[in-house]
Design a protein around this ligand. Structure first.
Ligand SMILES: Cc1cc2nc3c(=O)[nH]c(=O)nc-3n(C[C@H](O)[C@H](O)[C@H](O)COP(=O)(O)O)c2cc1C
Length: 188
């Protein structure tokens, strides 16, 4: 098993904690010859245990590769990577090797062909488990198979897209764990 430098295994039971805040993601795919990256803002947790949904449409080159392979890596960039993340979402992988162009480093995954993004603070190796809503909505349901975290790269935390090319970083946290009385398993 290739475990990339700095990353430690992150439990699938906690993967929703990465997605639920509403981050801008990068999604990596590989056709077996070349790996690619796209930027993704439309995403959500679907079920505890690592079931995730995201919209990735046929206007993206990544769509074809995801459809053909059923595999991807969801990568979590920190605010420090914001400019590269926007650039990745403004050019097609048909035209360019985005890894080289934007200074991002691929690292071997353990269970999918798509690579992890070394510069990101978390990466989730995923497999498509439901494509029933892809034709109508471009909505893919994937299951996390392995997740990796490197806290030292989290920096200011994930980036949030306001939907118009402006972004926000995380502000102060509000700790309301003492009120989560119905959901004790979520607050450990
Ligand atoms: C901030 C941002 C968010 C984006 N969110 C999505 C998204 O949720 N779904 C999608 O299909 N494309 C989204 N895009 C567009 C793709 O990232 C873009 O089309 C990209 O060039 C696709 O790369 P590819 O053709 O190499 O796959 C977003 C772009 C940006 C800049």
């Amino acid at each position: 098993m290739a475990v990339p430098n700095g990353f430690i295994a992150y439990p699938l039971s906690k993967v929703h904690r990465l997605i639920e805040p509403g981050p801008v993601l990068m999604i990596s795919t590989s056709d077996g010859k070349q790996a690619n990256l796209m930027t993704n803002g439309f995403n959500m947790p679907v079920r505890h245990g690592g079931l995730i949904g995201f919209v990735l449409g046929p206007w993206d080159y990544s769509f074809e590769v995801l459809r053909d392979t059923g595999e991807c890596v969801i990568a979590f960039p920190s605010a420090e990577l914001a400019q590269q993340v926007v650039d990745v979402g403004n050019i097609s992988g048909v035209e360019t090797d985005k890894w080289a162009q934007f200074g991002l480093t691929p690292a071997e995954s353990t269970s999918v062909a798509a690579p992890l993004v070394v510069e990101c603070f978390a990466n989730i190796e995923c497999r498509v488990v439901d494509d029933q809503l892809v034709e109508d909505y471009g909505l893919w349901i994937v299951q996390a198979e392995h997740a990796w975290l490197d806290e030292s790269k989290r920096g200011a935390g994930e980036i949030h897209h306001r939907g118009d090319g402006t972004f926000s970083e995380n502000g102060d946290h509000i700790d309301l764990r003492y009120r989560m009385t119905k959901w004790p398993s979520l607050i450990d």
